[in-house]
Design a protein around this ligand. Structure first.
Ligand code: TEU
Length: 529
């Protein structure tokens, strides 16, 4: 069966604020994204996911939305979004928006109304509760950003719940009126031609209606996020959330060929629940297993791939992610050499890859001096390694001040990464490596739609086989900086992190260079699929 665009394509994640500024205010904007769509075409990706650009006080950089059906002037206008959608579609690129349904800004008119008093018709659009009988918050729920997940409202003398900042009050998804209003927002963008949504914290949308305390986390390590002191038993992955995911998907299914991507930070066996009953959930519940992997070695990666593939429900389409705007960059986690190995795995494992902007340059986390920290996660719980500014630095387009990103003062310092223009002129650059790899992926449909099997770790070498469209490809990835020999059948080297290997024939024993990953095309073509 032919694959849908979101199955065979590669998603490119644009953190708009750091992508391209066109009005010299130091912040990226929608006209900037339009002006750089040719980069996405040059690179060879198929869809662009835009981080939130809705009106927002920006206390959490746009994840505190004050109007779901507009564009913040910082980023542009609705007309700019319409122009972006048209320009992307003209290039064959799909457009995915970031949908933030779990909470609004405290400046959203709905919350201002709800906060107006207990008799407000929107009181129950949010989660309000009396304090504990002995005083203090209703229970022990914690914010992801540290501190209690409850804030006292003196005027109405109740607490309101917020999984994140007090400026991000939780919407009450048990209230049908909230669902109607939030599904209206989906349709507003679907009518404008948006091809899908990445749904923020989809696994958090329902909280326990008895407001029970979360249990202590016996594995909490002091010094890590205070949120992890508890197991979020009553504030995450509640059974009722699946009904909401199915209702969201039903809204998208009113339009042709749309995709629902869910941000889900859960172990594999719970993650796959978000495909929904009978596949009526999210088509792509984000698979963050490679993002959250404590180490980077063949055995651990092979285990993840095998367990994830085995856990997928019938028809569940896999996907892989290496990083995003919330997590340390892959090149900082595994080093620049292994970042090429990681990119090859991202683009050869079975399923839809999502590439975080800048990873195609091998961008690393930029250290941010205390005085320049802007991320509320770091400001509220400093020095715990939770700050996200380092992975959000502006995209370096060219050498020189502003790096071609802005002619103004950048909202966040620009790192020391090699700019795209320099990398485009260097055949051995990470940018050209990623571009060439994406071209191989496009030329060999076994990589997009083929089966995967023979997943194994031979010492430091991860290997797996991709079969489809009459060809058998085998990937070997040396996850260490030392040479490693593997047994291979007679094959041509289709691609390698070490370009001098490409095009050669190998047989019997192949000694992989340190940090080398290869795609071999077996001489024994498989007939059939
Ligand atoms: O992040 C949710 C998420 O991953 C949190 O659990 C994470 O711990 C948080 O980023 C703090 O490090 C999504 C968005 O990707 C993130 O940028 C927002 O800040 C958050 O939701 C609230 O909307």
């Amino acid at each position: 069966m032919a694959l849908a665009w979101w199955q065979k394509g590669v998603v490119y994640h644009v953190y708009v604020r750091s992508f391209q500024d066109t009005d010299a205010n130091g912040t990226g904007d929608l006209p900037g994204v339009i002006s750089r769509l040719d980069h996405l075409t040059w690179l060879g990706v198929d869809a662009v996911w835009l981080s939130p650009v809705y009106p927002s006080p920006m206390t959490d950089f746009g994840y505190d939305v004050s109007d779901y059906c507009n564009v913040d002037p910082l980023f542009g206008t609705l007309a700019d979004m319409d122009a972006l959608i048209a320009a992307a579609h003209a290039r064959g690129l799909k457009v995915i928006l970031d949908y933030v349904p779990n909470h609004t800004s405290d400046q959203h008119p709905w919350f201002i109304d709800s906060r107006g008093g207990r008799s407000s018709t929107k009181r129950d659009w949010y989660i309000w509760h009396d304090g504990a009988s002995g005083g203090g918050p209703p229970n022990n729920w914690q914010s992801h950003f540290g501190g209690s997940a409850w804030t006292w409202d003196e005027a109405s003398r109740q607490y309101f719940h917020h999984s994140f900042l007090p400026t991000q009050p939780e919407l009450n998804w048990r209230n049908p009126q909230v669902r109607v209003a939030m599904f209206h927002a989906l349709r507003f963008w679907l009518e404008r031609g948006v091809d899908g949504f990445r749904v923020d914290v989809i696994w958090l949308l329902i909280k326990d209606d008895q407001f029970r305390d979360n249990p202590p986390n016996p594995r909490y390590t002091p010094g890590s996020s205070s949120y992890d002191q508890l197991i979020p038993l009553y504030t995450a992955d509640r059974p009722e959330v699946q009904e909401i995911v199915a209702e969201m998907r039903a809204v998208l299914d009113e339009y042709p060929d749309r995709v629902l991507i869910g941000e889900v930070y859960l172990p594999i066996e719970r993650l796959v629940a978000y495909y929904g009953l009978d596949g009526r959930g999210a088509q792509l519940p984000f698979n963050f297993q490679l993002v959250q992997l404590p180490g980077w070695d063949a055995v651990a990666i092979a285990d993840i791939v095998v367990r994830y593939e085995a856990a997928l429900p019938p028809g569940g389409w896999p996907n892989w992610v290496l990083g995003n705007h919330d997590r340390p960059r892959i090149a900082s986690r595994v080093g620049s050499a292994q970042a090429r190995v990681a990119a090859l795995l991202l683009l050869t494992l079975r399923g839809t890859p999502t590439l975080y902007m800048g990873d195609e340059l091998g961008m690393v986390d930029t250290p941010i001096p205390d005085a320049e920290v802007q991320d509320p996660a770091e400001l509220r719980e400093p020095k715990r390694g939770l700050g996200r500014d380092p992975e959000r630095t502006p995209f370096p387009w060219q050498p020189g001040p502003g790096a071609g990103f802005t002619s103004g003062v950048p909202w966040l310092r620009i790192g020391a990464d090699t700019p795209l223009s320099v990398q485009r002129d260097d055949p051995a650059s990470m940018a050209n490596f990623c571009r060439d790899l994406l071209a191989v992926r496009r030329r060999h449909p076994a990589l997009a739609g083929g089966t995967i099997d023979c997943v194994a770790a031979q010492g430091p070498v991860l290997s797996f086989r991709r079969i489809g469209h009459g060809e058998t490809l085998v990937v070997f990835a040396n996850t260490t900086g030392t040479p490693a020999a593997v047994e291979v059948s007679a094959s041509a080297v289709l691609f390698s992190t070490h370009t001098d290997r490409i095009g050669k024939t190998v047989a019997a024993t192949l000694t992989l260079h340190p940090d080398e990953a290869v795609i071999l095309q077996s001489r024994k073509a498989q007939h059939g699929r």
